[in-house]
Design a protein around this ligand. Sequence first.
Ligand code: SAH
Ligand code: SF4
Length: 437
Amino acid sequence: MATVLDIAKHNPNAAPVAVSEAARAAGFIEKTAELTVAAGAAPGGASLIGLTRGQLKDSLSQIGVPERELKMRVAQLWHWIYFRGARDFAEMTNMGKELRAKLAAAYTLARPKVVSEQVSKDGTRKWLIRMASTGPLDKGAEIECVYIPEVDRGTLCVSSQVGCTLTCSFCHTGTQRLVRNLTSAEIVAQLIVARDCIGDWPGATPPEGAFVPNDGGRFVSNIVFMGMGEPLYNTDNVIAAIDVMSDGEGLTLSRRRITVSTSGVVPQMERLGAEANTMLAISLHAVRDELRDELVPINRKYDIRQLLDACRAYPGLSNARRITFEYVMLKGVNDSDADARKLVQLLKGIPAKINLIPFNPWPGSKYECSDWERIERFSEIVYRAGYASPVRTPRGRDILAACGQLKSETEKLRARARMMAEQGIGAEGVYAVGNGE
Ligand code: SAH
Ligand code: SF4
């Protein structure tokens, strides 16, 4: 089991990054997680947005829809919610008035609240989204979600957790104190909110002046789990959310256009491939264990060799379905020619793409981005060895929407967590991350 740092013991008035810095200095791999929220059927008055077919079925059962009708009613709701983007039960004209009234009395189609929207000069949009409150003491967790439009595709970068329990030394999200898993509904809701905001439903139109793909396809065509959190510490909910997002009768995203990025939770990788059948991205960032231990501390649990073995065994891996290896370019740290050569040597035999990511600085970060010539030279060595090595153009840097810059204000809620911990409330809800393997 991983070492866990108990946030409740720390000075509540300390600067927001103090715990993580302490965690990093003390060599912790993980911080304590916050309270979990049970993923289940919508309780009375709750929103049906983001629910799975099973959860919708339970919600309908709870308001007395007879068993023999359930399948048909779920299919109808599914179509209205996920194909049409309905916001009101009144729109669901193929359902009887009486049922619509019952639904409206018991449930809503409310989306999580968009607290703010920032639009970058390059068209990237970042939304701060507040999830529904989970109880009287909860103001609602806040997460960030980023939309990156290109001419022929629109990529939505979703979060899988509020914050991240891991403490990668170059990542802003890792400095956030409080962490909890998002439910599958909260993950799906990010896609719904994005489609609302950019007018990506039948009959809707994008906001004036918005940059969206113009290839005639959907405005959100791709999903990357590269927002806040480690998706493979929340595998059940991530897989359930992917099932909803890729369902052919509703949101219809191709699984091949969904990429899950992991820092290297080796024991969960097989399951992701077998059950979700998505593309995989690995946050590699270093080619020697000594350095990766420091940059991506989960490496101390699962080292580079174990990680690459799990990659070789990833279900569905082929030349047509390559693994993307992400490599953040840190000046003077991991960007030498020798590093580039070692990288291609390590990946030998794995159908791979290498994605070089210019480091995105954030307030208080201790690294610098490699110089452009260095990135080009590195890229050339990788390219000559036969790998596509696109340098990821930083998008939305001006609105801190680029990789690793995400960090919500949810840590302000830490006082509540402390209070609950002191009162022993919800102790059973505190999950030890790293155990779910
Ligand atoms: N936790 C998962 C997914 C979210 S992070 C993971 O680590 O893979 C998404 C990507 O952004 C990862 O490759 C991560 O290493 C990278 N990243 C984090 N901080 C960054 C920064 N400051 N600059 C550039 N990339 C960063
Ligand atoms: Fe978490 Fe990924 Fe950031 Fe590491 S890089 S702290 S795993 S979000």
